[in-house]
Design a protein around this ligand. Structure first.
Ligand code: FES
Length: 66
C-alpha cells in the first residue's frame, strides 16, 4: 500500500525505515529515509507516518526466551 503519493513509497518502505536502527524515529528522518532524501510536498501522508512511528515506539521489545 502506498503511504506517500508525492514521492512514492509504500508501507513496506516505512516498516523498513522503522526497523533500521540508523534512522531516528522522528517524522522528518523517517520520511527522508523512505523517500530517498527529499522533503514532503502536500503533507497528506504525515499523519499516517506519525501514527506508525508512535505505534513502533510504544511496542514492547521482543525478548527471546531460552
Ligand atoms: S502524499 Fe506524501 S507528501 Fe504528499
Amino acid at each position: 500500500m502506498y503511504i506517500c503519493m508525492c514521492n512514492p513509497f509504500t508501507d513496506k518502505d516505512l516498516d523498513g525505515a522503522l526497523k533500521n536502527d540508523s534512522v531516528k524515529k522522528k517524522t522528518s528522518a523517517v520520511y527522508k529515509a523512505c523517500s530517498g532524501g527529499v522533503k514532503p510536498c502536500c503533507g497528506t501522508c504525515i499523519c499516517e507516518i506519525r501514527e506508525r512511528i508512535d505505534t513502533h515506539n510504544t511496542e514492547a521489545p521482543v525478548i527471546a526466551a531460552e
